[in-house]
Design a protein around this ligand. Structure first.
Ligand code: 5GP
Ligand code: ZN
Length: 119
């Protein structure tokens, strides 16, 4: 299935395209991962699909393999970053859940103790 066109105003599309700088930690055919500009943990990486979807649910619906790619990238990053104690993988979905950038992205957080339930 063809991904929707990249909106001109999408920050993460611009990072994927290299038009906005970011500290890229991993990239492959379908995903790009970069450090969050406001890290909430010693490791805080965002993994995004190269295709533009507003949120993880849209990605799952239109490109389910892309969702698996994002999760596989997260596991690889966790291993590279030495997150042997574990890590948290979060998709904030919807403004009420704290989503502020409407291009699907997985937060990968680790390197400190992580509380459950999250706030
Ligand atoms: P959300 O709140 O949508 O789940 O996550 C968006 C994340 O993007 C936030 O954690 C925020 O700190 C991060 N962010 C916002 N603008 C930028 C940016 O320009 N560069 C990077 N690397 N991260 C950003
Ligand atoms: Zn986008």
């Amino acid at each position: 299935m063809t991904a929707p066109a990249r909106p001109d105003d999408c920050l993460f599309c611009k990072i994927v395209a290299g038009d906005v700088p970011a500290e890229i930690v991993r990239a492959d055919e379908t995903t790009v991962a970069f450090r969050d500009i406001h890290p909430q943990a010693p490791t805080h990486v965002l993994v995004v699909p190269r295709s533009h979807y507003a949120d993880a649910a849209e990605l799952a619906h239109h490109e389910p393999a892309g969702l698996a790619d994002v999760l596989r990238a997260a596991a690889d990053i966790a291993e590279r970053e030495g997150l042997t104690e574990g890590y948290r993988a979060v998709f904030n979905t919807g403004a009420g859940a704290g989503q502020t950038v409407f291009h699907a992205h997985l937060h990968v957080l680790g390197g400190r103790s992580l509380q459950w339930p999250p706030g």
